[in-house]
Design a protein around this ligand. Structure first.
Ligand code: FE2
Ligand code: FE2
Length: 135
């Protein structure tokens, strides 16, 4: 999921025209990389190896690859909302799973911070979609 978000935003930067929006996407990529690397590290600590370059890391059912170049800004924002909403739900579940174990309190807090990041991403897309729709 996090690897997908990194790719999703990275692959759109080229096609964006507005410098401010470019910066937003670049900043999102930094955050998503932070999430991805942390989760990868956690999985490695548990002895679970994952291949980030693998084909399974394009999220099934959601746009991938070349199609992204053809998207309108509105569609980019709608896609962003859908993906970020999924990420928020995912963190919500992880947070619930780690809530009652005192040994996992640090992890629980980290997951909560990441969920806040995803919420901010979702809100940003929602706000900017609304602005586009009222032009
Ligand atoms: Fe993320
Ligand atoms: Fe995100």
């Amino acid at each position: 999921m996090e690897a997908y978000q990194v790719k999703l935003y990275q692959s759109q930067i080229q096609a964006l025209e507005d410098p401010h929006i470019k910066h937003v996407y670049e900043r999102f990529v930094v955050r998503e990389k932070e999430h991805r690397d942390f989760i990868t590290q956690q999985l490695e600590n548990l002895g679970v190896g994952i291949n980030l370059a693998g084909p399974s890391f394009t999220l099934a059912g959601i746009v991938s690859g070349k199609t992204l170049d053809l998207l309108s800004l509105k569609d980019r924002y709608k896609l962003g909302i859908a993906v970020e909403h999924k990420a928020v739900q995912m963190y919500h579940e992880f947070i619930e799973m780690t809530r009652h174990d005192p040994e996992l309190s640090e992890l629980n807090k980290k997951l909560a911070y990441f969920m806040v990041d995803e919420e901010q991403h979702e809100f940003w897309f929602k706000e900017h979609l609304t602005r586009l729709e009222h032009v």
